[in-house]
Design a binder for this molecule. Structure first.
Ligand code: SAH
Ligand code: F3S
Length: 439
């Protein structure tokens, strides 16, 4: 039996795509998945190019696979994801042992590409697609999970000056609500209790019902919440540009929507936001949060930050620190700015030394970590409703693992199998990464 090994870098959307790839190859070519790359007949790399470091990791990874191909010419190596759409056939130049280059939207064509490669013995590049046919294959996904991803849209029309995504994932395309609903129903029949809606900008989601009427993101959430077996709904990533009042209201009317929001602000300085071409200002961002807190006083807010964007002065950076204090962000994904090819920001003059940028990142993360700890500690002694996702082993001891309504992970012991259940757990200990509780 032939085996495939898939290595995935990057965002949840890549994880979702990789799960489709593995299922499609299994169904169509009868391949089996292996975690051991040395035993694979096909090696697939699903890549990320959001920052230069992420992209370089891909080429290091390929370097590790090169010798396998030298030993056995029959091994097929395929590269997909955002580095493929960014670099295209230039990847062949840097790594001439690669056989196939595919894109995020052509993953479903992989079985055909593999067959063609075997027949014609010629390298294949297939990255272009203007449709979302890849999603037709969701039913091949037989992995039973309590918490499952559903991609609802792909691409981005915003063109923030630092971001490569609009170039790699293309223009926004939203899936039809009937397809998303049937995927959610399918998952719920197979044990899913929580769905995480995915997209580069989920709140830009806009599609049509069969009768031609418009389906917005908030409407979609309302419809999904009507599926009885789905107990919780989460989404990632939304942006402050199109966070409508209608979506804010959804937090009032749809209790299945969790009290947790990842809303990337990037910087606390209006000057920098303008240079980033983020079409909101801090006042607008604060207004969104204020409205949400009015509806859900205990909502946890997290953010992405870019530190050391070209032109960011010490004063600008301190505005970001001030905003962290004001909003009380719970956690963050924060990185030093990385210039990306062809993006407008890559042409801006950047005079800040790397040493200074690293210092700023350290200060920002220190501040946020303090908040994370504080929030966790505040939860000690409280009862939390936890959706139990899986069993885990820590120091040879068995625990159950789940998430609270505000997205904190909790581990606890139980003699009964509680996977898929919503239970009350009393928190008695808080670590940085998780909480410990008792049923
Ligand atoms: N659509 C989302 C973010 C998508 S990209 C939004 O509007 O915020 C995910 C995160 O990667 C971004 O929030 C940003 O913080 C980070 N990122 C993107 N490009 C980057 C770059 N060139 N350098 C550093 N970080 C970057
Ligand atoms: Fe990137 Fe901005 Fe879109 S960060 S994904 S261009 S909203």
């Amino acid at each position: 039996m032939k085996k495939i090994h898939i290595k995935t870098w990057g965002c949840q959307m890549n994880e979702y795509d990789s799960s489709i790839i593995s299922k499609v190859l299994k169904k169509k070519l009868n391949y089996h998945i292996t975690n051991n790359f040395k035993k694979a007949d096909i090696l697939i790399l699903n890549t990320c190019s959001i920052r230069e470091k992420a992209q370089e990791k891909i080429f290091h990874q390929l370097g590790r696979w090169k010798y396998l191909k030298k030993k056995n010419k029959e091994i097929i190596i395929a590269v997909g994801g955002c580095v493929s759409t960014q670099e295209k056939k230039k990847i062949f130049k840097r790594a001439n042992f690669i056989d196939i280059i595919f894109g995020p939207k052509t993953i479903h064509r992989l079985p055909k590409m593999i067959k063609k490669l075997k027949k014609k013995k010629k390298k294949i590049i297939n990255i272009k697609s203007n449709n979302l046919n890849k999603f037709k294959f969701f039913k091949y996904n037989t992995i039973k999970k309590v918490s499952s991803f559903i991609s609802i849209m792909e691409g981005c029309n915003k063109c923030c000056s630092f971001c490569i995504v609009p170039y790699t994932r293309g223009k926004e395309i939203s899936r039809f609500p009937k397809d998303i609903l049937s995927e959610a129903k399918y998952l719920s029949k197979n044990g899913t209790k929580e769905i995480i809606l995915l997209g580069q900008n989920v709140n830009s989601y806009k599609s049509k019902f069969s009768d031609g009427s418009i389906c917005t993101f908030s409407k979609l959430i309302k419809l999904l919440s009507k599926i009885k077996k789905i107990l919780r709904i989460r989404f990632t990533t939304s942006n402050p540009m199109e966070f409508s009042d209608d979506l804010i209201k959804t937090y009032k009317n749809t209790t299945k929507l969790v009290s947790y929001l990842h809303l990337p602000v990037q910087s606390g300085s209006n000057k920098i936001l303008k240079k980033m071409r983020r079409s909101y200002n801090i006042k607008k961002y604060k207004e969104i949060i204020k409205k949400l807190i009015k509806i859900r006083p205990k909502i946890q807010i997290t953010s992405d930050f870019i530190v050391g964007f070209p032109g960011e002065s010490k004063k600008d950076f301190h505005k970001t620190l001030k905003l962290i204090d004001e909003i009380n962000f719970d956690m963050s994904f924060s990185f030093i700015y990385s210039p990306r090819p062809k993006t407008p920001a890559s042409r801006l003059l950047d005079e800040t030394q790397l040493k200074e940028k690293k210092k700023r990142l350290y200060l920002l993360q220190k501040k946020i970590n303090k908040n994370t700890n504080l929030f966790s500690k505040k939860m000690i002694g409280t009862y939390q409703k936890v959706l139990v996702e899986k069993k885990i082993y820590k120091n040879n001891k068995k625990y159950f693992f789940g998430k609270t309504y505000n997205n904190r992970t909790v581990i606890f012991k139980s003699s009964k199998n509680l996977i898929g259940k919503l239970i009350y757990v009393k928190i008695y200990k808080a670590h940085m990464q998780n909480l410990k509780g008792k049923i």
